[in-house]
Design a protein around this ligand. Structure first.
Ligand SMILES: [Zn+2]
Length: 310
């Protein structure tokens, strides 16, 4: 399902990895981790006049066309004021502005409200999260973003069309075959119904994927509780490894369509907020579209077993 080509350099071995289904590729350069750019998170985020803080959210955020917002537990959901999707919603996860650790309840309420906000909109849905400004969040106040688009994004397209041709060629579901492979691989982390694994061809540092046994958003709801259990464990691992900023995306097929696609969640670690504005995206990620990864997936799984005691 993927290939590895190794090149010996003067300072260790460089790997080129390529995922067969999508053609996506990355390089793994373990030596580069010695640069130690993963500084501890020290910044404190003051609310200022934050529109997502509880005293402002009712006056500074928009309403759905029917004049409502969705309130679930602490979370508040409304349309994005500056949408970049045909349907684009925002869920403020917590009342508190500067949050370092999320409770199961907070995450469950927020993801469940996202599902509610996307339901019934035709297109390709995804639920997304940029956590902290160094991961691209324009507001530090934790929030999820839901998109439903008539055309899937580049990554979603790669897996949708890839899964469709895979099924045509092999008569099987790619997502199910991938689960079978990862369950017995050195990248396996935990889980059965939702299988969490360090992705073999990472698109970002410490990438973890949660492989779902369903394809559509409407089938996700019964799995929400199990999903949040798993996600909370990944975020716990990240914290133990010193990672505070991350991106998350959760992809689904279009309702009522069958591309032989399995829904999945991907989480990548981002550089911690730092006062030097140091970034972890360079010409390789932005222009070559080929990420340079420091931690091999098999090494991440080893760190998981060590840090989480399993
Ligand atoms: Zn706030």
């Amino acid at each position: 399902m993927f290939t590895i080509t190794e090149v010996k350099t003067e300072r260790g071995t460089l790997q080129y990895r390529r995922e067969t289904l999508t053609g996506l590729s990355c390089r793994i350069s373990s030596e580069r981790i010695k640069r130690r750019i993963d500084l501890p998170q020290t910044m404190v985020y003051n609310p200022g006049n934050c529109p997502f803080c509880s005293e402002n959210v009712a006056t500074m955020t928009p309403l759905f066309p029917d004049g409502t917002r969705i309130f679930q537990g602490e979370s508040v959901t409304f349309p994005n004021l500056y949408p970049f999707g045909a349907w684009h919603t925002v869920t403020v996860i917590t009342r508190t502005h500067d949050v370092r650790e999320f409770t199961h309840r907070q995450l469950l309420d927020a993801f469940s409200a996202q599902v509610t906000s996307l339901r019934g909109h035709d297109g390709f849905p995804s639920i997304n999260w940029n956590f902290l400004p160094s991961a691209g969040a324009s507001l530090a106040h934790p929030h999820l973003q839901g998109l439903v688009d008539p055309e899937p994004s580049f990554l979603a397209t790669s897996y949708l069309t890839g899964s469709e041709s895979y099924r045509r060629e092999h008569g099987r579901c790619y997502g199910m075959d991938l689960r079978a492979l990862e369950a017995g691989s050195p990248r396996y982390l935990f889980g059965d119904e939702i299988l969490w694994t360090a992705h073999a061809v990472p698109l970002g540092e410490r990438e973890v994927r949660g492989l779902l046994p369903v394809s559509q958003l409407s089938e996700f709801e019964p799995l929400l509780d199990t999903f949040i259990d798993g996600l909370a464990r990944i975020l716990d691992l990240y914290r133990r490894l010193g990672t505070h900023a991350f991106n998350l995306s959760l992809f689904f097929d279009r309702e009522g369509h069958d591309h032989g696609f399995s829904a999945f969640c991907t989480v990548i670690a981002r550089i911690n907020p730092n006062d030097q504005c140091m970034s972890d995206s360079s010409f390789m990620e932005r222009l070559h579209l080929q990420p340079v990864i420091l931690t091999a997936p098999e090494e991440l799984a080893r760190m998981y077993r060590e840090k989480m005691g399993t």
